[in-house]
Design a protein around this ligand. Sequence first.
Ligand code: NAD
Length: 509
Amino acid sequence: MAIVVPMEAGGGRRRLRVASPSTQEAIGEVPVTSPEEVRAAVARARAAQPAWAATPFAERAAIMRRAAELLRAQQDHYLGVCMRDTGRSRFETLMMEIFPALDSLTYYAKNAERILTDRRPGLHLLRTKKLLITYRPLGVVAIITPWNGPFILGLNPTVQALMAGNAVVLKPSEVTPFAGALVGELLAAAGLPDGLLQVMHGDGTTGAALVDAGVDKVSFTGSVATGRKVGEACGRSLIPCTLELGGKDAMIVCADADVERAAGGAVFGGFFNAGQFCCGTERVYVARAIADDFIARVVAKASALRQGTEGEYDVGPMIWPRQLETIERHMVDALARGARVLCGGKRNTAVGELFYEPTVLVDVTHDMLIMQEETFGPILPIVVVDDDEQAIRLANDSLYGLSGTVWSKDEARAVAIARRLDTGSVCINESSITYGACEAPFGGRKHSGVGQVNGEVGLKGYCHAQPIVIDRFGPKEEQVWYPYTAAKEKTLQKVIRWVWGTPIGRWMS
Ligand code: NAD
């Protein structure tokens, strides 16, 4: 059954009916925002933004702190809406949505002013001038988000864009609109002035209209295919964008790894959010020396995972039938080419229509779809390798480059491997948690994305760093101004000889 059903309502306005991925029961309906309404929202945001940009950091931060307080106090409401939209367990929702949201709100409230305060770096050569760098907000930022972290993936960039002095128009995924809308609800309740954050519901049509609505930047998170379209549209409009796209993350387990911890990490990395995690573990390369032990532990842990729709459980449903279709296409291909299922390997219809059992695969080869394309499901394919070199080569043999993990008791060895992985980030002896580390710049390489978000890089990405060069002494004229004369050339040659031809000059330059 479809989870999002388009409907015609009165006046020709489209609406989307959304159902629960756990039970397929209707959750509610949202109106699809028309392109005209999107443009009107951008105009409202543009009108509201200058006053916000002039608002001191302390006042902006106070709103974020208030939002954190409200979120903490009313977490049952926020948890409930997110759980209903996604079917995830309460603990997973708390860990993935609420905890990082609290951290994002308070981290940027505390640090934005320090990161975006004016800089006055000294000039190494042009000593008669001084330099001031200011970080000016871009204006109106469009934020377009996917369904797999519907609250945090909207809230986190919104907090950064707002703290940097921008207005935001947010288009959450049509698959999880109610969790997406919580971002607007929370910040409005915290006192964010009108017009600074507007949530536009709808599908790709609304997203495309938003990208084309005259915004100053697009912060997009989603699939490679849509990211490419968004990037093309931003290129046509000559506006900056960050594209946070899909992944096919590899896990490298070295011969000296703590096998028990690595097995736990593989199971968490592979099945967290039912595998619907951009930095989920989608491929495992384990050293032959420990492979049997590692695989046995992974299978035992994966087999113990509980699926469910209420109460205590570990692994929830696929968000919609499209995900199941991808999983089954990859599984059929893998099995036809000789892969073996050690556990799982089929839908779990006893729990619900959209559940797939946590699955461990071996005898996997690199030509299989399951090793090439993003699966985004609870499938853990394991390949046994001879050494670190083979693991690195296979890990890098991918169109994707989002994140990855390395497991070894020898930190130097693990870091050396990490430095050779063509990925946006790497975690050592830990599942991919980089997105949750506010200080860490986050973004993919290759087809996994363009640009980086979060921390100093992310905040500055919502600004234009404007250098202002100021003359210090005010002579009537400069040596290099008109008229150009032989005498002036002689002087300039002298300067060149001194600056780049003497030890003291070279030291200063
Ligand atoms: P998607 O690309 O289908 O949709 C993402 C958003 O884009 C939705 O809001 C959608 O309505 C909108 N959209 C669709 N067409 C559009 C268009 N032409 N112009 C503008 N917007 C448009 O992705 P999805 O299925 O919702 O999300 C899953 C994908 O997101 C996976 O590939 C996953 O790896 C990726 N993801 C990446 C990160 C990251 O940080 N790198 C994080 C989470 C998810």
